[in-house]
Design a binder for this molecule. Structure first.
Ligand code: GLV
Ligand code: MN
Ligand code: MN
Length: 399
């Protein structure tokens, strides 16, 4: 299967016919279909499929001497944000299979195992915590907390994993698996317009996190309740959205409220509660922390006159990631020099960098759009990405 054929197979899975956006949430039917595709592609190539306890999947090309450790891992994720693009995640996995095909066609015999990973729930679109699979694998999240995470329908991660045939009691750090991996190199579509050449390499990931605000008021009739009698949670919520923009402008960060749940959600009813999720990122930890603190304060000040209660919780936070310099230099040398750029997007490579050397290759995105249907990379740039990944894997797998 060529890159184009693999891409064409994945393309219809989980795509909304009207918007063209993807809905591939962890362990939902479209994502399970992507997982089946992954297993088929691995088996087609004689790669050994390994499922870990955390819902992550691996496809291994072992060297002829049977060596199982000191592996070079590549890959990405198959899940998407709601209404996401086709490239964020799958590009890294399709490119990895295509890179292995290229190496084999050239007669390369790796001295170290080469693995392709498909990490679970990277976007955190279902259970709220981004990079959940790599966080569990590397010990960056408490398994008990993870088991209790709930999706929008009230189903816990434990329940969903159990229904998918996994044992939720077994989730957590896997030092045996990580101990077999020497480094991880993730190829990803660029998510801005900063890359002017087909391929670049990541320098750093900015600090970023997610916070949940709960505004609890009192549901009531939209026509018969006098303004002075209302406890309308929508008002401090609205103020909080504006405060997020203002705090981001003051602190040189970005802050976004992209998800909100209104209960009960009736046109002619004052809401009883509003839950809103804040995503904040910036060049330094203190700027991000200050931004979030200012938004929280603004929400509380706005809630008081309306007798609305505010709850606030951090759902995930990732400190600045500076990618391993020695690995980045080696990648750069294997590619004869490519641009280095920082990114405002989170990745499993960032989470795993706490445990092993990681690096990222970016493929140019001419629109700069991501997490939306217009996300795009030119076919020629995708093939340049495959060539680059093959060159990097070839170099790293030589020992
Ligand atoms: C993942 O793509 C993120 O940056 O949220
Ligand atoms: Mn993403
Ligand atoms: Mn991604």
């Amino acid at each position: 299967m060529s890159f184009e054929e693999m891409w064409a197979e994945l393309l219809p899975i989980g795509r909304d016919e009207t918007s063209g956006g993807y809905h591939r949430f962890a362990w939902t039917p479209p994502e399970l279909e992507c997982r089946a595709w992954f297993r088929d592609e691995a088996r087609r190539r004689g790669l050994a499929v390994e499922n870990d306890a955390n819902g992550n999947m691996f496809a291994w090309w072992f060297p002829e001497d049977g060596k199982r450790h000191d592996a070079v891992l590549t890959g990405s994720h198959l899940d998407s944000v709601p209404g996401g693009g086709a490239f964020d995640g799958p590009l890294g996995i399709v490119s990895a299979f295509a890179a292995i095909d290229l190496l084999r066609a050239r007669g390369v015999r790796p001295e170290r195992p080469i693995g392709i990973a498909a990490f679970a729930e990277e976007e955190g679109a279902r259970f709220g915590v981004a990079c959940l699979g790599s966080r569990l694998l590397s010990g960056a999240i408490d398994p008990a907390r993870a088991r209790a995470l709930t999706d929008g329908g009230g189903h816990t991660l434990a329940e969903v994993m159990h229904n998918a045939g996994l044992d939720p009691a077994a989730i957590g750090p896997d030092d045996d698996l990580l101990g077999r991996v020497a480094c991880y190199v993730e190829l990803h579509v660029e998510q801005g317009r900063a890359l002017e050449q087909p391929v670049g390499v990541a320098g750093s990931i900015v600090p970023h996190g997610r916070w949940r605000f709960g505004f609890a008021g009192e549901g009531n009739h939209a026509g018969t309740t006098a303004l002075g009698d209302r406890r309308d949670p929508m008002l401090p919520f609205a103020r909080m959205v504006i405060a997020a923009r203002e705090a981001a402008e003051r602190n040189g960060t970005v802050a976004t409220v992209g998800k909100v749940a209104v209960v009960p959600g009736g046109v002619n009813a004052i809401a009883s509660s509003v839950t809103a999720w804040l995503d904040a990122r910036g060049p330094a930890d203190d700027a991000v922390r200050r931004t979030v603190k200012e938004i929280d304060e603004a929400a509380r000040v706005a809630a008081r006159p309306h007798r609305v209660c505010v709850e606030f919780a951090e759902e995930s936070y990732t400190e600045i990631v500076d990618f391993n310099l020695a690995l980045r230099d080696r990648v750069d040398r294997a590619l004869d020099g490519v641009p280095v750029l920082p990114t405002g997007a989170g990745h499993d490579a960032g989470v795993l960098s706490a445990r092993l050397p990681t690096a990222m290759l970016f493929v140019r995105n001419p629109t700069g759009v991501s997490h939306a249907p217009a996300e795009f990379a030119e076919p020629a740039d995708c093939l340049a990405g495959v060539e680059a990944l093959a060159a990097v894997l070839d170099d790293l797998a030589r020992g």
